[in-house]
Design a protein around this ligand. Sequence first.
Ligand code: BES
Ligand code: MN
Ligand code: ZN
Length: 492
Amino acid sequence: MTNLSLTTSAPTSIKAEALIVGVHSSDEGPFLLQAPTPLSPWDDVAAAAALAGLTGAVGEVATLPGGDWVAAERVVLVGLGEPEKLTGERVRKAAGVASRAVAGLGTVASTLSAIDLTAAAEGHLLGGYLFEAYKGATKAPVKAIRLIVPSAAKPAKEELRRAEITAEAVGLARDLINTAPNDLYPASFADRAAAAAQTAGLKVQVLDEKALVKGGYGGVMAVGQGSTRPPRLVRISYRPSRPKASVALVGKGITFDSGGLSIKPGAGMEHMTSDMSGAACVVATVIAAAALKLPLTVTATVPLAENMPSGGAYRPADVLTHYAPKGERPKTSHILNTDAEGRLILADAIVRACEDKPDYLLEAATLTGAQVVALGERTMGVMGTEALRDRVAELARQCGEGGWAMPLPEELRTQLDSYLADLQNVGTGRAGGMLIAGHYLSEFVADGVQWAHLDVAGPAFNTGKTYGYTPQGGTGVPVRTLLATLADIAAR
Ligand code: BES
Ligand code: MN
Ligand code: ZN
């Protein structure tokens, strides 16, 4: 990861390989709002930017040679859009674009931090992210960025530290998602999650297939039984000494989703390497919560399975028995489609998580194609108990991950009634698939727990081109929404 530091030096006096400066757009052409030293010829820079074809729109970037007016070797101009529409998210995007433009360089300086330190730091780190496990000879992320700020005192230092922890968490989630499913399967995911959590000083428990059978985790075992690589369930706990509340995190960990016997079409099946994004994000979140020393008990429960067709696979028509606390009657699910597998492993994990009696349950999953149809690829659907649902959706928008509150309309619930079992795992038609999945999960959430379900089927994985601070492949959504929600809970 790029090394970030704070400086209060004047932008034009900083010796660096590049100076990153934001450019605004206007009817009269591009212009620069930041004129940090009276001597610098910013009007000339704006004119040069216009000649270089810049309008100042978000996403634009151009590199100009330096001159005797600036100590940096070059000036990298990035678009910020209209000044009256400036948001933290635009700064974050511009910083991401700029980081990629300076890839391969050593030390550069950025003025974007003078506008919004958190957004600039996050954007620079997230935009510079590179996954190098499978690829040789790519331009390394820029080594160091000096963030220009009005004051480098303690509050700014703490702000920078929080941004670094956040970006590190997003990076961990992206790394797990980008690891190919031949390398990342339930056991290897569990090993990597356990290692990362132990390094952070957290308590880890891993249930292997024997422990899962013994414990009665019928959902996780059924979904994983078609694969030669058996399921796991990972639990990671962070317990500070004086917690203000307890939060359970649950994330869907399907390391590959072929659909099983209800097999998916070939086109796009490769995207199902990302079906463990929810799991990756909650693992990263609990580790970050500890690094941030949030005054909350946070426990991540992560069910892991590979959904494959085979002679041993679970079938449409099977009835499986979910996990239940000792002495309670377990719920049963009638399988009508083996491709609706996420909810089955989540059901076990949600019941297990609720056994600890948390105040809050935040659960993230690449659960339905219907989410993408309804909200597109960059806006998660948020369901759950009303107040928490609305808070999470609002926080998702604030941190730039995009979210919208979704209802669980009562009339859809009856579609999950089964003639044979407590529930069937799919509805009866094609309408409202995201909401029906939400209804299914709600059946397993204990009474009194404030619950939010984040369907990130679209936002978790970028199948298109790089944009802003979002690379191709794993995006790390919803790590920042989860962290913002934890911080919000801790602050109340
Ligand atoms: N993992 C998929 C959902 C998904 C689709 C994630 C597209 C990311 C992009 C999930 O397991 C699934 O297959 N859902 C089915 C449910 C259906 C059978 C009720 C779907 O959405 O088609
Ligand atoms: Mn599926
Ligand atoms: Zn799936």
